[in-house]
Design a protein around this ligand. Structure first.
Ligand SMILES: C[S@@+](CC[C@H](N)C(=O)[O-])C[C@H]1O[C@@H](n2cnc3c(N)ncnc32)[C@H](O)[C@@H]1O
Length: 255
């Protein structure tokens, strides 16, 4: 079953406390121009304020997660000039620090190395030191747990059915994911920032059991929701953009 709510995930009132086993999401990235307008509408025009908006959503995730439930956040850092100086905005570090402050336990994270369209993308001039910049070609999948690890009854049938293979374990639980292709964006003006379905698919199989409930508070095009449903999990999504939310709802109610 897929449930979609149109609205701001800073308040997920229809979702009961301790009812979600896994959150898989990718928020709007602070300091990426694509999201400036949205953050401004939510009252945030600085890096700190944008992270405060996201933090309110992480706090709601803490509320709705079951004890031992997991939160997986796909996020990239941003590069942007500030006061005329080029700088890195370390979104992944900010989310880690704020998540920890909310009482979540940070776990070892994944690095998703995106194959670059231009493998030699390079910010600098020619081959002269010292002022060139390293290419930002990895995104993070941060992992947090709420409280202590979750225990399931011995010989739980759904857990046994959710088993992954040795080859899957070896590939999925190694820190660098270099084999997931980035999603193609839609036509200009309708960029979706969707992540490839392989990302939620892996995370859902790694960190939830068949029949459990997966939440995406920043549902976008619904990649997480449909991956969850295809894997026999229930899914809950929030989306603030009314047009996108209506599309999700329509698709979720289609036979
Ligand atoms: C990076 S996109 C998510 C893409 C998604 N993972 C997919 O594959 O389509 C972020 C989404 O979060 C939505 N959003 C931003 N702020 C929100 C908020 N406070 N509550 C709910 N949705 C929000 C945006 O409208 C956008 O669709």
């Amino acid at each position: 079953m897929i449930r979609v709510y149109a609205g701001d995930a800073r308040r997920m009132a229809p979702v009961a406390d301790a009812s979600i086993h896994l959150v898989v999401t990718s928020p709007p990235y602070p300091m990426i121009p694509q999201w400036d307008e949205l953050f401004a509408r939510l009252g945030a025009t600085t890096y700190d304020a944008m992270h405060t908006v996201l933090e309110a959503v992480w706090a709601e995730c803490v509320r709705v997660l079951v004890p031992g439930g997991l939160l997986a956040v796909n996020i990239g850092d941003a590069l942007r000039s500030s006061d005329g100086a080029f700088a890195l905005w370390p979104n992944h570090a900010e989310v880690l620090v704020r998540g920890r402050r909310l009482g979540l336990t940070p776990l070892p994270y994944l690095l998703w190395k995106k194959p670059m369209n231009r493998p030699n993308a390079y910010l600098g001039s020619g081959f002269l030191p010292p002022n060139a910049y390293v290419t930002l070609d990895c995104e993070y999948i941060l992992l947090f747990r709420k409280g202590r690890i979750r225990r399931l009854p011995p010989h739980d049938a759904a857990r046994a059915r959710s088993r992954f293979s040795r080859a899957e374990r070896d590939r999925w639980f190694s820190q660098l994911w270099g084999d997931v292709r980035a999603e193609r964006q839609g036509p200009e003006g309708r960029r979706t920032a969707a992540f490839p379905a392989e990302i939620p698919r892996r995370l859902i199989r790694m960190f939830s059991v068949e029949g459990e409930t997966v939440l995406d508070p920043f549902a976008g095009t619904g990649t997480t929701l449909w991956a969850a449903a295809a894997l026999g999990r229930d899914a809950v999504g929030f989306e603030i953009d009314p047009v996108r939310a209506a599309e999700l709802r329509q698709r979720a109610s289609a036979p």
